[in-house]
Design a protein around this ligand. Structure first.
Ligand code: F6R
Length: 366
């Protein structure tokens, strides 16, 4: 049942290229020139009339929501707010019929997310679901939505569901942007084409598995980790830290890299490993100087870089090189080595990675 893998989590990490391919199947045309999420087209008027989007979710799905905000705001120029479902439902939020609420949930059963949907519905908002489990409670409670189609996720730590959610959010933003005419045609075509290359690039990243397994041994006895990223990579840093916490029980924090100097930098010393997502994009130079600040305080830097980077290699303690992609699709690539790092560190520590203590796969109580 684990297909020859020692754990479901590793199997599900390795399934990601196929899952993303399945998720895009029938939604991107064969020529790679057009992407259509049918639910967007069916409810076009309602969605285009929205003054704002609010995305509600929990845990890993909430991290996907943060990436969704970035994608929808950049491509569609619609303001997006991201909320923890558990906070939203008890805050008497300002929400009405001019809002569209996107609810993201792998299991489709998360109690807080379901309650947030019911609240928003009672105020007249239109509800769009992004779920994995077919026929679960959340898709039944929404007005419309899109399944991520990544297949059952058994490992408690969410992996392929996260990349599936980000893929659907990308397709949603692209479909809507084209309808709204807020995206330049050349840019649109370039992104759709690159999206089609993502499964192949994920496969390349998975070839790093042995190397990541080897380097994970160094971190077996570490007590703390910091993860840093900026822009699209900031939610990836949060997700990397969550994966490590969940299955290895090592304390880990994700931060936007520039927030370091506002407090967390006080934690840096020779004992502190810092994972920095430093791929080549608009904020590369800034992240580079964040790495220099960490090295000046003797922190141990594990840098996630773009293949061929010759600068960071000289300063970081460990470099993980990834294939190049567009900035807006970066999370689909940069997330994978962080999943592998968390997995292998947990295995080195002898933890039960598929069934971590205190956690349930679907959180049906608040
Ligand atoms: C993390 C994890 C949890 C879930 C969260 C939401 O690996 O699995 O943080 O992401 O409980 O679950 P869903 O997406 O089913 O609503």
């Amino acid at each position: 049942e684990k297909g020859g893998y020692p754990h479901f989590m590793l199997k599900e990490i390795f399934e990601q290229p196929d899952c993303i391919h399945d998720c895009m199947r029938g939604r991107i045309n064969l020529e790679g020139t057009n992407v259509v999420l049918s639910a967007i087209i069916d409810y076009k008027e309602r969605l285009l009339a929205a003054k704002r989007f609010v995305i509600v979710a929990c845990g890993t799905s909430w991290h996907a929501a943060l990436i969704g905000k970035h994608l929808i705001e950049s491509f569609c120029r619609i303001p997006v707010e991201v909320e923890y479902a558990s906070e939203f439902r008890y805050r008497d939020p300002v929400i009405d019929s001019s809002d569209v609420v996107i609810a993201i949930s792998q299991s489709g059963e998360t109690a807080d997310t379901l309650a947030a949907i019911e609240l928003a519905k009672s105020r007249g908002a239109f509800i769009y679901g992004i779920c994995n489990a077919i026929g679960s409670s959340i898709p039944r409670a929404t007005n419309t939505g899109s399944y991520i189609h990544v297949g059952p996720e058994i490992g408690v730590a969410s992996t392929k569901a996260f990349t599936g959610q980000v893929t659907v959010l990308t397709m949603l933003a692209l479909t809507l942007a084209r309808e709204k005419r807020t995206i330049d045609e050349t840019q649109y075509l370039a992104i759709v084409r690159e999206l089609g290359q993502i499964p192949g690039k994920m496969k390349e990243v998975l070839k790093l598995n042995d190397r990541i397994a080897e380097l994970s041994k160094i971190f077996t006895y570490v007590h703390n980790f910091i993860y840093l990223g900026r822009g699209y990579s900031y939610p990836v840093a949060l997700e990397g830290a969550l994966k490590l916490k969940e299955i290895s029980y090592i304390h880990a924090e994700g931060y936007p890299a520039a927030e370091m100097k506002h407090g967390p930098i006080a934690l840096i010393d020779a004992e502190m490993p810092v994972v920095v997502i430093a791929t080549q994009n608009g904020l590369y130079e800034k992240v580079l100087s964040n790495i220099q600040e960490i090295k000046a305080r003797k922190g141990r830097v594990i840098a996630i870089v773009t293949k061929g980077d010759t600068v960071i290699g000289k300063i970081a303690d460990i470099c993980i090189e990834l294939p190049e992609t567009m900035e807006c699709l970066g999370p689909l690539i940069t997330t994978v080595p962080l999943q592998l790092l968390a997995y292998h560190i947990a295995v080195c520590k002898g933890m039960d990675v598929d069934r971590p203590r205190n956690l349930a796969k679907s959180v049906t109580v608040e």
